[in-house]
Design a protein. Sequence first.
Length: 195
Amino acid sequence: MVFSSYQNIGSFIKFDHIDANSLNLYNGGGRNESYIVNTLSEDLRLALRQWTTGVCVVCSQQAENLHGMTVNSFTSVSLDPPIISVSLAKDTRTLHLVQESGKFSISILREDQKNIADRFAGKILDNGDRFKGLDTFVLPDGGIAFQNALAWLECRVRTQIVLENSTLYLADVTFASVYKTEKPLIYHNRRYLSI
């Protein structure tokens, strides 16, 4: 017997029988009920919506090609040596530029920079130039960053793990700077929030 908690039920339940289309559950009250079973990836997506993260934009360029994308799959791996990780979706322009150049920049967004997050997540049409009309500047190693973001990093790819739908990068941080210590833009359950 397997015990699990299920959000729809709110208590521990015992699995009696599993078939391809439904899950028959004994809920402790003497009756069996049937529930649609999500795939593991759907369940994981729902579970990870409960994980609150900051929001940043990863930018990369090669020659005249410049692009960026909003990510929340970013974290510190090590302070000494300084290493971060970031995951980029497969077949995106930003991923291809990181592959070509071997480097990227990160701008950690403030709570009032939701418009930048939406634009670089593809929620606002950009007519091919996501940077148009935004205040940016060049970091010491040539990376592009957003003015007034909370902090900026420049990174060089150390290693990568290619997965089915994304690539996970471990990268050495070559530059880090904090502009302001204000409230960050945060992401929780598919919504932007502030703290």
